[in-house]
Design a protein around this ligand. Structure first.
Ligand code: MEV
Length: 325
């Protein structure tokens, strides 16, 4: 039996603008998806039940691509709020890809992180009809802090290029890691879940419609790109105040383009007295917000009093991991 795990993620800066060629920054969070796979069984199963291919498009894509052996018994255990913008499906794909590679060839999976990230991205894209950016899958596979851009960034540690064919076009992303200074270890992220799912495809389409009827609003998208770059500089310097200011500004701009909502705004406002900055994270329209703080307990209490469910994480944790082989 092989057991692998992979973390969820949250976006610090750049959601939505990344769809229009601007950079985005995400960190892996300490909520993990754990997948175990066992050989020597007669039939495919998942969590003790008969495996139905169409019900698990990510997993089906991955074993069709990576597994040539017989039936497997798959077991999944998640600590990540589902459909909340925290990358639970990318974490599932990364962990399953790692488990399959490890099972096929022991002690080799972690030497193949770009392959795990690629497979997880393509599994996401195949399940979402080609729209997924590699933000979630790369952050889950690589861990730490990841910068996605349409160009190779000079001051970041470039890892690989990801390409995807979408509607006859090749989309290309450059994936980097950012080494965060140790001074940031004193701070935590408090993630607050509104309890309502964030419909990613719907929110991406909403922004596209808004920009079509109001092309001058592209200025707000460009401004998110500028704030993201300022946020990256602040992160590199370990300047918590400046990271927080960039987060607040990002939230203001995301509200402006109509992707935040009352529930997210309420949790953001509740967190702010105890945080350097707070913003919605991911696609919006539900899902999660996050706050940067050195007083995680009080910040989490404030978010919970305002009706959110919370999770506390450092800024970046280990990516995909083999737990048992
Ligand atoms: C969703 O987590 C982030 C978006 O920017 C969409 C994407 O990057 O594919 C809204």
């Amino acid at each position: 039996m092989v057991v692998a795990s992979a973390p969820g993620k949250c976006i610090l800066f750049g959601e939505h603008a990344v769809v229009y060629g601007h950079p985005a920054v995400a960190v892996a969070i300490n909520a993990r998806m754990t997948v175990s796979v066992r050989e020597g069984v007669d039939n495919w199963s998942i969590d003790g039940m008969h495996y139905v291919e169409a019900k698990h498009p990510h997993l089906t894509y991955l074993h069709n691509r990576l597994w040539e052996g017989d039936a497997l018994a798959i077991q999944v255990n998640s600590e990540i709020f589902g459909a909340a913008g925290l990358g639970s499906s990318a974490a599932l794909s990364s962990a399953y890809a790692a488990a399959l590679l490890e099972l096929a060839n022991r002690d080799s999976a972690l030497g193949q992180l770009p392959l795990i990230a690629e497979c997880a991205h393509l599994a996401e894209a195949s399940a979402q009809s080609g729209r997924a950016s590699p933000t979630d899958s790369s952050t889950s596979a690589l861990g730490g802090c990841v910068l996605i851009s349409d160009v190779r960034e000079e001051d970041a540690d470039w890892q690989y290029t990801r390409e995807l064919q979408v509607a006859g076009e090749t989309r290309r992303w450059e994936v980097h890691k950012i080494e965060l200074p140790t001074s940031l270890a004193q701070a935590s992220l408090v993630i607050g879940f509104t309890g309502r799912p964030g419909p990613t495809g719907e929110m991406v389409a909403k922004v596209a419609d808004m920009l079509e009827s109001n092309p001058d609003r592209m200025g707000d998208i460009d401004r998110i790109g500028t704030v993201t770059r300022a946020g990256v500089t602040a992160l590199r310097l370990g300047n918590l105040e400046a990271v927080g200011i960039a987060m607040d500004e990002c939230h203001r701009l995301l509200r402006g383009i109509g992707v935040s909502d009352e529930g997210l705004d309420r949790l953001v406002e509740a967190a702010r007295p105890y945080a350097y900055g707070a913003k919605m994270t991911g696609a919006g329209g539900g899902g999660c917000m996050l706050a940067l703080t050195t007083d995680a307990r009080r910040c989490a209490e404030a978010i919970e009093l305002a009706g959110g469910r919370t999770l506390i994480s450092p800024l970046g944790v280990e990516g995909v991991r083999i737990e048992q082989s």
